[in-house]
Design a protein around this ligand. Sequence first.
Ligand code: SAM
Ligand code: SF4
Length: 334
Amino acid sequence: MDSAAPLIDTLGRRVSYLRLSVTDRCDLRCTYCMPERMQFLPRAEVLTLEELYDLSRGFMERGITKIRLTGGEPLVRRDVMILVERLGRHIGGELDELTVTTNATQLAEYAQGLADAGIRRVNISLDTLDPVTFAKLTRRDVLANVLAGIDAAQQVGLRVKLNSVALKGINDREIPHLIAWAHKRDCDITLIETMPLGEVDEDRIDHYLPLTVVQDDLEVRWRLIPSDYKTGGPARYYDVAETGGRLGLITPLTNNFCASCNRVRVTTTGQLYPCLGGGERVDLRAAMRSDDPHANLAMALDEAMRIKPERHHFRIDEAGAEPAQPRHMSMTGG
Ligand code: SAM
Ligand code: SF4
């Protein structure tokens, strides 16, 4: 076994991108993501910051060049900046990039620290600019904090990319306005289809909005020019001629992108999921807490490459269908 060999799966896909969930907790309760009474993990099950760092080092040894910290809400994890600063020291070395996905409720407080640690880009989830819709959708009335977080990030020079889940009957009519708003502020924006992950209090089919429909609507109003731009994620990008900005579309349901997948996800308990939409899993925490963490982690990563599935099999088109996976997106991160 070569403990420094790159991570390549059985289909020849090279894995270079780790999405690392640092907590499953969150200060919002987005209705498509989790129920109001979400059962969070007992703290004892969660990896320590030290373990999260050591795990990341193990991935870097195997050629991971990009890490995205996610959750839950990464900025609610106590002392998360200790991890950010330690990982930040690898930027320009093993890491090309360290990024964060956040709901931005606390970003005003953390933006400077993130920039100081070497982070250049943040992904911010924002599904609506309407305070009433925001309060209903996230079950918390804190849009003003999010907007302050976006301002703060831009002020300290972080590039902001907005992510918006397209939801029928919730934000569908607002999507052109959201895009124009983002582009006016010099932010890229990516739209995402809602995925059947974990039980929520509503039926997702009620709000599922295929991006093929959104794209058709947008093309009546704007010229979308396909772009070669890539960020290492699954989005396909377009330049919007009229706004001068960039629009990404993430279409897990209507347009499968698994053939170019370069990612794995690790939950805050150290469970590696080689596919967001599959049940395959490798327990890295057991490897990390064994007598020979280095060798056992390398073996566990090899196993993950053996079991990475060819593609996900999400379906959302049957009313009342079971979630494709019982785990919520807040476990595996976005
Ligand atoms: N709390 C942070 C945030 O909201 O940016 C990071 C974690 S959150 C799980 C990451 C992304 O997943 C967000 O953009 C969110 O909108 C998206 N998301 C959550 N549940 C989803 C679902 N069932 N389908 C599609 N996207 C989902
Ligand atoms: Fe929290 Fe992000 Fe899920 Fe919303 S999408 S509940 S902000 S983890």
